[in-house]
Design a protein around this ligand. Structure first.
Ligand SMILES: NC(=O)c1ccc[n+]([C@@H]2O[C@H](COP(=O)([O-])OP(=O)(O)OC[C@H]3O[C@@H](n4cnc5c(N)ncnc54)[C@H](OP(=O)(O)O)[C@@H]3O)[C@@H](O)[C@H]2O)c1
Length: 231
């Protein structure tokens, strides 16, 4: 493998700082994303200080690391590309996942009416997070929905351009978080695909919402590093 140690998202305590680093000191609790360099699945990782923010007091490392991956993607697509706002109708396909749980909460808090697609087992969770409607994908495949939405966020990868456009209102936007290379190359106009930028100001905003209790980080399970294969 080109990257011996995987893991893009991290949260931990600063052990040492390089020359010229003034934003952080040994002992600070920090978190961030290490992009394609990865290396976060380890006890120690070297990270560019520009990729980190401080973890607010009261926020656990589990929550800090847990919110960044899905949270940055949710904000990139819904806020930055979709301009989600009051009264908009939003379909979140994969509503119980890392992106989906952040997306449902964010869209709901911006005043949108959210429909979440997930398994029946997670319907209660997605409703608690703010979805007005929940669709069980085993009972109704997402592409068979007949309602139209202002924003359709696909985090699963089972909505193609044609079926996605059919789900949109006249001025709707299709947001493909889990896009194939072909979809990324063909995405234009009201179709958005591609990687979310890893911006420290977005990390800080997400953490602030976790700290003040307005963004819940949903964990299935935690594993020690020794059990990383099981994870
Ligand atoms: N573009 C970007 O920058 C970016 C950033 C982050 C992630 N991603 C990509 O986005 C994708 C999702 O990531 P994630 O971490 O959010 O995934 P995840 O946590 O594994 O969540 C997957 C979600 O999909 C749901 N699901 C499974 N089968 C489904 C179906 N047939 N129809 C509808 N929903 C279904 C699951 O529901 P149940 O659990 O209820 O079954 C769950 O809500 C990945 O491909 C990831 O690589 C892209």
């Amino acid at each position: 493998p080109r990257r011996a140690v995987l893991g893009g998202t991290l949260s931990g305590v600063v052990e040492a700082v390089g020359d010229g680093v003034t934003a952080f000191a040994v002992g600070d609790a920090v978190c961030g994303m290490n992009g394609l360099r990865m290396g976060a699945h380890a006890e120690y990782v070297v990270v560019d200080a520009k990729r980190l923010v401080k973890v607010p007091s009261g926020v656990s490392h589990d929550d800090a690391a847990g919110v960044l991956f899905g949270g940055t993607a949710a904000l990139h697509f819904l806020r930055d590309k979709g301009n989600v706002g009051p009264g908009m109708t939003v379909l979140v396909n994969g509503a119980s996942g890392a992106i989906g749980t952040a997306a449902v909460q964010w869209a709901h808090q911006q005043g949108a009416v959210v429909t979440g697609v997930c398994s029946a087992a997670n319907a209660g969770l997605v409703t608690e997070l703010g979805a007005a409607h929940v669709v069980d994908y085993q009972a109704t495949p997402v592409t068979e929905l007949t309602t139209r939405y202002d924003l359709v966020l696909d985090t699963v990868g089972n909505i193609d351009l044609r079926s996605g456009r059919r789900l949109l209102t006249d001025r709707g936007t299709l947001l493909l978080a889990a896009a194939s290379l072909g979809q990324m190359l063909r995405a234009r106009g009201n179709v958005v695909a591609g990687p979310a930028a890893e911006k420290p100001e977005v990390f800080a905003l997400l953490l602030q919402h976790v700290a003040d209790g307005t963004l819940r980080v949903v964990h299935d399970e935690s594993f020690t590093l020794d059990d990383i294969r099981a994870a």
